[in-house]
Write a protein that binds this ligand. Structure first.
Ligand code: UDP
Length: 486
């Protein structure tokens, strides 16, 4: 197999945010493991994320011995009015600078084209946030594939909501509507749809998304981090009704087999992996709730307090990841966001990770029994691959769609009751609602049923990635098709 695909050279160009870089790093390992020459294009400060994550593949016995090359381009922080060193969406000092960030990535076409000229790859897989990548690839006569980083379901649902605007027929933000033309009678509310769609606002982001849609139509197809058995109706819908070429090659996180690979994804964890595993080893199977809201979402102090109190009231054991920078409190070190005496009371029962958690390592541990998630697609799929029921707490982006997949289609999760699509800082949810949802996920007959369904999906995910499985076959079909053209 390896020698057959030597000719193919895939350029992977991910958006500079961890929710996009992490799956692309895994995708690089998958291509390389099939003997495909693989190069990741990124910016200087983002490069270590990839070099560390892909390092193990060179020596690992599961690897193919083919190195994943990483090439860097300069990130135009200054030109876009961003502080020096700000090259990743997660490191924006304030959410208001998001516009500058999108301006910066708009300036990356010329340096990308320079690399395409120098290396002459045979295919470009570029993130949806780079609409101009389709034209760049066309200049060099190579196919451009789009990577959105989300589910077929979210792609199909957002297409239907944008196209038919069902929210226009509701009398209030909270009146449910059924998403027209989407199989499954999926319900959502106007307040859960992005504001720039509801209010038809023209801004940098909405313009970029529009360009992205137009570019997708002219692109060769899309690669999706999903597996067919998870969302067959929506995978078919995307391909047959929307008429787009798509290859599902996930869950990408499953390419990380050993603890070292699982522990390093995206960033260095803020907790020693052995300490974390030791803590989990001391717990009963399925007893621990894992709470984490991805790499971008932030909550204010009063919301964090409610999360703490909700977890405490549930009486359950937990690992809670809090993304708090050292400057986030007025009085550094005072940690205003924790209820008085919380950590002392929770000693041995609850573990707070401040910063970055080794998420996949934790999710895959047998002691973890449920996942409170913001429904970022990577987290959602990692939870599914680990066979876990979930409490869904969507905030922004396409997370409300992913929630509907989990709660209404797969029936492996309960909503915490987040009602409103917001930018970055989550809608407020009271401690009673948190306690109720977490308990519903972990205890009782309904919890057991959700867990059983989640386990079946995890098994299907595993099989999809084995030889002959749906994702493995789709990856090979894609490689064959691209090889025949190169
Ligand atoms: N992640 C992690 N540790 C953390 C927070 C997040 O490893 O403390 C990883 C998580 O496993 C996932 C990614 O970061 O792969 C987050 O992507 P997702 O799509 O869930 O959310 P986003 O960060 O894009 O909102």
């Amino acid at each position: 197999m390896a020698s057959q695909n030597r000719e193919l050279h895939v350029f992977l160009f991910p958006f500079m945010a961890h929710g996009h870089m992490i799956p692309v790093s895994d995708m690089a390992k998958l291509f390389a493991a099939q003997g495909v020459k693989t190069t990741i294009i990124t910016t200087t400060l983002n490069a270590p994320t990839f070099s560390k994550a892909t390092r193990s593949r060179k020596t690992n016995s599961g690897g193919c011995g083919i190195e994943i090359e990483i090439k860097t381009i300069k990130f135009p922080s200054q030109e876009a009015g961003l502080p020096e060193g700000c090259e990743n969406l997660d490191s924006l000092p304030t959410p208001e600078l998001a516009g500058n960030f999108f301006k910066a990535i708009g300036l990356l076409q010329a340096p990308l084209e320079q690399l395409l000229l120098e290396d002459q790859p045979t295919c470009l897989v570029a993130d949806m946030f780079f609409p101009w990548a389709t034209d760049a690839a066309a200049k060099f006569g190579i196919p451009r594939l789009v990577f959105h980083g989300t589910s077929f379901f979210a792609l199909a649902a957002s297409d239907c909501v944008g196209r038919y605007e069902p929210f226009k027929n509701t009398s209030s933000d909270s009146e449910p509507f059924v998403i027209p033309n989407l199989p499954g009678l999926i319900k959502m509310k106007r307040a859960q749809v992005p504001d720039f769609i509801v209010d038809n606002i023209e801004n940098d982001l909405s313009r970029l998304l529009k360009q992205s849609k137009e570019a997708e139509v002219r692109s060769y197809g899309i690669v999706v981090n999903s597996f067919y058995e998870l969302e067959p109706v929506y995978a078919d819908y995307y391909r047959k009704v929307l008429g787009k070429k798509a290859w599902h090659i996930g869950p990408l996180s499953l390419c990380n087999r050993d603890n070292e690979e699982k522990a390093y994804r995206g960033k260095e964890a803020s907790i020693d992996e052995h300490e974390c595993l030791k803590w989990l080893d001391s717990k009963k199977p399925n007893s621990v709730v894992y709470v984490c809201f991805g790499s971008v979402v932030k909550f204010n102090n009063s919301q964090l307090k409610d999360i703490a109190l909700g977890l405490e009231a549930s009486g359950l054991e937990f690992i809670w990841v809090v993304r708090k920078g050292k400057d986030d409190d007025d009085d550094v070190g005072k940690e205003d966001w924790l209820p008085e005496g919380f950590e002392e009371r929770m000693e041995g029962k609850g573990l707070i990770i401040r910063g970055w958690a080794p998420q996949v390592l934790i999710l895959d541990h047998g002691a973890v029994g449920g996942f409170v998630t913001h429904c970022g697609w990577n987290s959602t799929l990692e939870g599914i691959a680990a066979g876990l029921p979930m409490v869904t707490w969507p905030v922004a982006a396409e997370q409300f769609y992913n929630e509907k997949l989990v709660t209404q289609v797969l029936k492996i999760g309960v909503g915490v009751g987040a009602q409103k699509w917001v930018r970055v800082v989550g809608d407020s949810v009271k401690k009673e609602a948190i306690e109720k949802a977490v308990t519903q996920m972990m205890v009782g007959e309904e919890a057991e049923e959700m867990r059983n369904r989640a386990r079946v999906l995890a098994e299907q995910a595993r099989r999809a990635n084995e030889k002959g499985g749906s994702s493995h076959s789709d990856l090979n079909a894609l490689i064959e098709e691209l090889s025949s053209q190169s």
